[in-house]
Write a protein that binds this ligand. Sequence first.
Ligand code: MN
Length: 164
Amino acid sequence: MKNAMMCMALALTVTTGLSAGQAFAAETGKVQTIIRNGEQAAIKGAAQFFTGNVRIDPLYPANNDMRSSGGSVTFEPGARSNWHIHPVGQVLIITSGEGRTQEWGKPVQEVRPGDVVICPVGVKHWHGAAPNSSMSHISICEEKEPGKVVEWMEKVTDEQYNGK
Ligand code: MN
């Protein structure tokens, strides 16, 4: 099958002047999408799901072919998410500042730029900034059903945030 496609691509290249890559793209009907920086409006983290000021910059949505979506989330000092779980897990890539995350029943962990946090399916946790530093991370989640990437729970108390 691959050989047949390669032959068709080469044949197209010869007869139409299209590159092999263009010929493949024409066959699948798929093209790359480039979402330019600044094209998507930022979203303020809702007070019912976050403590403090949080800005969500969407990066890319899920679609019919790809189940993951990504966003960059920026927490001001002291800001954090509510406790929550992800029905298909989550990957966090810390991109700037200093932050904190915690699994239910375990100690608070500090996270720094370049750290990658993998939150398994159904593990209750929170993430946010350190008390005296903002923190940004890229969040990548897969959708269990369209639009469903998180189940929100209660607020993280100051005592929990401070590890007491
Ligand atoms: Mn999470």
